[in-house]
Design a protein around this ligand. Structure first.
Ligand SMILES: NC(=O)c1ccc[n+]([C@@H]2O[C@H](COP(=O)([O-])OP(=O)(O)OC[C@H]3O[C@@H](n4cnc5c(N)ncnc54)[C@H](O)[C@@H]3O)[C@@H](O)[C@H]2O)c1
Length: 355
């Protein structure tokens, strides 16, 4: 297997709404040279005359997407190629060749069912665990020694843990996209509310990428001012009134995915940008701190969430997560994130190792 390093290549597994949007976002980045794409080959069937009839094949979609995007390559700042994986639909041998991952710097898994209106992310676990585990089994022989695997399929925290379990590589090289997207939503809410730029807001969602997520206001700041002090000083809000205001902000963040899904049955663009942000950190070895979903060790959260995958601020570079750098949260945020960890542990346990 090739150990070529630094090819600036990402492979997206799953060319649905999230995957294809991520491919298109990555294709436009000057720092990315190649985006490989994998989907599933669906078997055909024999008709009444015993003739083989090809069914709809998601790899045709991948090839169409690649051609479509490459037609616009002359408008790019850089030079990126979208490359479909090799595949066959030969009866009995249907499948995709995962060797496209041999020289990838990052592989992003976006395959699986999305939420239906009103459905929680955790409710997707039973169906998506088998899909993600199956992909990881095919990926494993093609993983080089630096590639980072990013699980986006929901519930991404529990599925990142499943991927880690199947792949058996260092925990720092298997992450979930976690609360990178939710934290972007939080920054946007606060920035709009206070009339300051996104870049001046340092605020993070931690815990589950899902209903038990926690807005860590105890360590949030605007400029260099702690967020509660900022609201009191410049907005005249304090005490119970401020608590209620911050709760409303968090509610909007938490509910945003449900709002989008109710309107268009999917979320795809903001997650595609979040995937792009995470891949950029890996490909450029940025060592930026992002709230990706990571495996908690004995030093994190007093060891009370050891083994659980959830979002905490972590240093992200070419080899994945280098360190979890969670600050001291107050009692309220700590209790909430431990509750979130317990929910995720329970959800993982419900699989009983069946994937
Ligand atoms: N983590 C996040 O922040 C976030 C945000 C949005 C969506 N999601 C999740 O991403 C996933 C995909 O959502 P979507 O809207 O793109 O769904 P979609 O149905 O549009 O696409 C799913 C794709 O996965 C493919 N697929 C299924 N099984 C496969 C396999 N074994 N190998 C390769 N490909 C396979 C399907 O053919 C399809 O193209 C969902 O689980 C959704 O909940 C996560």
């Amino acid at each position: 297997m090739s150990k070529e390093y630094g090819k600036r290549k990402v492979v997206i597994v799953g060319d649905g709404r999230v995957g294809s949007s991520a491919v298109f976002a990555l294709f436009q980045q000057a720092w990315c040279n190649e985006v490989g794409v994998i989907d599933v080959v669906l078997p055909g069937h024999k008709d009444e005359n015993g003739e083989w009839v090809k069914g709809f094949n998601a790899m045709h979609n991948v090839e169409g997407d690649a051609l479509d995007m490459e037609d616009g390559a002359s408008f790019l700042d850089g030079k990126c190629h979208v490359v479909p994986a090799k595949w066959t639909d030969e009866p009995g041998k249907e499948g995709v060749d995962y060797s496209i991952c041999d020289d990838a710097d990052a592989v992003v898994i976006t395959s699986g069912a999305p939420q239906k209106p009103g459905q929680t992310r955790l409710q997707l676990l039973a169906g998506n665990a088998g899909i993600v585990a199956g992909i990881c089994k095919q990926l494993k022989p093609h993983l080089n020694d630096h590639c980072v695997v990013i699980v986006v399929s929901n519930p991404c925290d529990v599925l990142a843990r499943v991927a880690y379990d199947v792949l058996g590589i260092e925990a720092g090289r298997v992450i979930g996209s976690g609360c990178v997207l939710d934290s972007s939503r939080l920054k946007q809410e606060i920035s709009d509310d206070l009339g300051v730029s996104y870049g001046s807001v340092d605020a993070t969602i931690i815990g589950e990428h899902g209903d038990s997520e926690v807005a860590a206001f105890s360590v949030a700041s605007v400029g260099t001012t702690p967020i509660r002090e900022y609201y009191e000083k410049f907005k005249g809000l304090k005490g119970a009134e401020l608590d209620e205001h911050l709760e409303k902000i968090h509610y909007n963040v938490w509910h945003s995915a449900y709002d989008v899904i109710n309107l268009k049955r999917a979320t795809n663009y903001a997650i595609a940008l979040s995937i792009t942000r995470i891949c950029k950190a890996i490909i450029n070895d940025e060592k930026v701190i992002l709230p990706v979903s990571v495996q908690c060790d004995s030093k994190v959260l007093g060891g009370k969430a050891e083994g659980v995958y959830l979002s905490l601020p972590a240093i992200l570079g070419a080899h994945g997560v280098e360190a979890i750098v969670a600050p001291e949260y107050d009692a309220h945020d700590t209790e909430a994130v431990l509750k979130s960890a317990a929910t995720l542990q329970e959800s993982f346990n419900s699989l009983n190792g069946q994937y």
